[in-house]
Ligand binder design. Structure first.
Ligand SMILES: Nc1ncnc2c1ncn2[C@@H]1O[C@H](COP(=O)(O)OP(=O)(O)OP(=O)(O)O)[C@@H](O)[C@H]1O
Ligand SMILES: [Mg+2]
Length: 289
């Protein structure tokens, strides 16, 4: 588990997110047609970590190691069998009703494929409005003004408001998904491979946008990726997942430059050239979106 946050002034500060001994199990059925007796699949096995306010934790690991299951459990869309999820010191593991709505205002998610989070029949404006209407009860001019402000924040033009997702490029669609995710001014945004479906130049633009939004709005990110180069650019700390558990965690430099666990070493060795992993955050070319 990563250390308790300590502000420059002294005493301990409440982490933005604390995940303690999280277990996620899916009910699976035996037999090829799923008619056999149910047997649980343990996708996440006692995972613990923390994210400080305004900071980014990179969660890395091979396919199937449980990264998305952790993300979905935090957002309440995967079954939590055991453990606790605390946001700003409040236990939100199994909240319902008004507390669930409050959690949704505070914690949002950006998915790998913007097509899965955006309704193909809804315009950009309608998609971005949805959390504002349902979670903040915005209407009329206030709603319109906030949608336009969000479009500008993510580097889109006012004319994009009337478009359907299919009338946008992949990068523009992901910008809409980010605008929707930050609409309610959340403190935590979980990004699950947000650039994996994009080509390299667009990936860099989206990473720069996320970094810039963090500096402007103070958001904490849980940033999931199997691309160590991207994680080095955006993350402050890294946790490495393997077979449902965290095998190593620490600062980006500790984990990527001086890995202790054999699995982390193997992940780094699988990257074609360490030189291509790129520079640390702050040394990328353009930060503004
Ligand atoms: N809804 C589900 N029902 C049953 N099993 C699931 C479900 N979702 C995921 N799993 C299983 O849980 C394990 C972890 O999956 P998960 O999607 O969390 O991995 P991941 O690290 O995000 O992988 P990837 O890098 O490919 O996205 C896998 O064995 C997967 O088959
Ligand atoms: Mg995944």
């Amino acid at each position: 588990m990563l250390g308790v946050c300590t502000p420059a002034g002294g005493g301990p500060m409440t982490p933005m997110l604390q995940v303690a001994d999280l277990v996620v199990e899916y009910a699976a059925r035996s037999g090829p047609f799923g008619r056999g007796r149910a047997t649980g699949v343990r996708a996440v096995d006692r995972v613990s970590f923390e994210i400080e306010p305004g900071r980014t934790l990179g969660l890395v690991g091979e396919s199937g190691s449980g990264k998305t299951s952790v993300a979905r459990a935090i957002l309440g869309i995967a079954p939590v069998s055991d453990g606790r999820i605390m946001i700003q010191g409040r236990d939100v593991t199994r909240v319902t009703g008004a507390l669930l709505r409050a959690k949704r205002r505070t914690a949002q998610m950006v998915f790998q494929q913007p097509t899965t989070s955006l309704d193909p029949r809804r315009t950009v404006a309608t998609s971005i409005s949805e959390p504002l209407v349902h979670l903040l009860h915005m209407r009329g001019r206030q709603l319109e003004a906030r949608v336009m402000e969000l479009l500008e924040l993510v580097g889109l033009e006012p004319e994009h408001a009337r478009r359907l997702p299919r009338e946008l490029s992949g990068g523009q669609r992901q910008r809409v998904a980010i605008a929707r995710a930050i609409a309610t001014s959340p403190s935590l945004v979980v990004c699950d491979e947000p650039t994996s479906s994009l080509d390299v130049s667009v990936q860099a633009q989206i990473i720069n946008l996320l970094v810039w939004l963090q500096s402007e709005l103070g958001i904490s990110y849980l940033f999931i990726s199997h691309d160590l180069g991207t994680v080095r650019q955006i993350a402050d700390t890294i946790a490495v997942m393997h077979l449902g558990g965290i095998v190593e965690a620490g600062s980006v430099e500790q984990v990527l430059d001086a890995p202790r666990h054999e699995y982390t070493k193997a992940l780094i060795a699988a990257v074609p050239s360490i030189d291509r992993i790129g520079a640390r955050r702050g040394t990328t070319n353009a930060i503004a979106p």
